[in-house]
Design a protein around this ligand. Structure first.
Ligand SMILES: *Cc1c(COP(=O)(O)O)cnc(C)c1O
Length: 493
């Protein structure tokens, strides 16, 4: 399998090279030259456990690993570190299936990819004779940072630095990050929002002089953000797994279509669902759900991506994003893999903050539906699901659930899978306020709200939460957005 850059098709890398590099030199993202089809039938795939299925789905994309190497990476990633052997269980509640992607160590779906990425990356480094230390720079809207550190902490020959928006993450998210142990980790809060953090990281990646300076010190950069193909590929697996689960349990027959609805921020998770569909998974509609930061909803409706709008902090902070990086990959695919056109759109995005795709390209959007939910709609959906079934969904999943309900009249009668991306315990305050408005939360701590949540549900408090209650604070660096490069230099030297 060859990987090209979305901004330069003449770039041709193997998967291990693409994983190590993260982002292409001219700023493009790596994309597989072709999308492989499943080699086995869906009913054969439905007899596999998560790890076996992960191998079947991932190997065609990562074929410069040996079979044994990839199997070892998978075995290390999807084991006891998850609190269920199913890894990604499907829960039926009120007419839809919630695909619970939060059973990993940091209780958000980022673990699904970030538990395996460090193994892929260190294996890739060995295979390519890399002697440098790999330095992971990560911008986070709250969940990636912790999940990346949990994956990379104390992994030999790696260092990881995480930037998060000051005041832009939940208390539990912040505490999870600033208590992170490990001799090779650093966590910094930045005055700015997620887009500022992400743009800062991309600028550092594009800084050739700085790269040379690091090279001289025996370091090279890579990325743990969803721009890394090593994150995208593992995310395809659970959509196939969800389908196979429905098939195995005779909820559908082989070939029946399902709808998939994904709470979207950087467009990584839903892009993985799109790739699953292109590999042959029978998916009727991919529903892209946004919160009040609804730049994607407008894009799917009009073909114009326009980030010139107010940025809103919401109760689903991991979706508070106005520049969805992975959309670039979709743009590339629907342009017929036109690197020049894709570069053009992306430079228009960085100079003017907007671009409009062609009429021809708009046809490529027909796989998708899009919608958004306001804060009130999200809260009332969380409450409705709880009142009707006793099942508690988190605020991000609440957005997706609300959007699916609003669109389901048009979505037809397919069974629907909703990606459930975080444990409600990660956002306890918003959840408690949503399901029991009579509890006054204002002057009470987030830890109190966790205790209240525990009373409302039979889902026990996850270990990730009890751990931070007693953990010591290890990181307190706070910088302006234009000082990120200096912070990296200080960390590495
Ligand atoms: C990251 C995240 C999302 C958004 O996923 P993208 O791949 O960025 O679209 C949604 N929900 C939660 C809980 C997340 O952590």
């Amino acid at each position: 399998m060859i990987y090209n850059s979305t901004r330069d098709r003449s770039v041709r890398l193997t998967s291990t090279e693409a994983i190590l590099k993260g982002l292409s030199d001219e700023g493009g993202l790596f994309v597989p030259e072709e999308i492989p089809a499943f080699k086995k039938s869906l009913s054969e795939l439905s007899r596999l456990d998560y790890r076996e299925l992960a191998f079947e789905v991932m190997y065609p994309y990562l074929d410069d690993f040996t079979e044994a190497e990839l199997k070892a990476c998978i075995a290390n990633a999807y084991g006891d570190n998850f609190d269920t052997a199913e890894i990604a269980p499907l829960t039926y509640a009120d007419g839809v299936y919630y695909l619970e992607l939060y059973h990993g160590p940091t209780i958000a779906f980022k673990d699904m990819a970030l538990q395996i990425l460090p193994h892929l990356m260190t294996t890739a480094a060995e295979k390519n004779n890399v002697k440098n230390d790999i330095v992971i720079l990560t911008a986070t809207s709250g969940d990636t940072g912790k999940a990346a550190m949990a994956g990379f902490a104390d992994v030999p020959h790696t260092r990881i630095m995480v930037f998060f928006p000051h005041g832009g993450v939940s208390d539990v998210q912040r505490l999870q990050m600033v208590t992170q142990p490990g001799g090779n980790v650093s966590v910094v809060s930045v005055d700015g929002n997620f887009d500022d953090c992400q743009s800062g990281v991309k600028r550092i990646f594009g800084d050739t002089d700085f790269k040379k300076e690091l090279e001289a010190k025996g370091c090279q950069f890579s990325s743990a953000n969803s721009i890394n193909i090593g994150r995208l590929v593992p995310q395809i697996v659970y959509y196939v797994y969800a389908y196979c689960n429905l098939l195995k349990n005779e909820k559908i027959r082989e070939g029946d279509s399902i709808d998939i609805c994904v709470p979207t921020g950087n467009f990584g998770n839903i892009l993985a669902a799109y790739l699953a569909k292109k590999m042959g998974l029978p998916v009727n509609r991919l529903i892209c759900a946004s919160n009040k930061n609804n730049v994607l909803t407008d894009f799917f409706k009009s073909g114009t991506y326009d980030r010139n709008r107010d940025f809103h902090l919401t109760m689903s902070p991991s979706m508070d994003i106005l520049i969805s990086s992975n959309l670039e990959r979709l743009i590339y695919f629907i342009s017929g893999c036109d690197d020049r056109a894709t570069s053009g759109f992306m430079s228009s995005l960085s100079s003017k903050g907007s671009y409009t795709i062609t009429e021809e390209m708009k046809k490529g959007l027909s796989d998708f539906m899009a919608g958004y939910a306001t804060e009130e709609e999200t809260a009332s959906e969380i409450r409705r699901v709880y009142d009707d079934t006793g099942y508690i969904i988190d605020t991000h999943t609440g957005v997706a659930s609300a959007v699916y309900r609003a669109l389901s009249d048009d979505a037809g009668s397919c069974p629907a899978v909703i990606a459930s991306t975080a444990s409600p315990y990660k956002f306890a305050r918003s959840i408690v306020e949503a399901v029991s408005p009579d509890i006054t939360a204002d002057d009470r701590s987030d830890m109190d709200m966790i205790d209240e949540l525990e009373k409302l549900t039979d889902m026990p408090e996850p270990k990730a939460v009890s751990d931070i209650k007693k953990a010591e604070i290890r990181h307190n660096m706070h910088i302006p957005a234009d000082k990120m490069k200096e912070a990296v230099r200080e960390f590495l030297l």
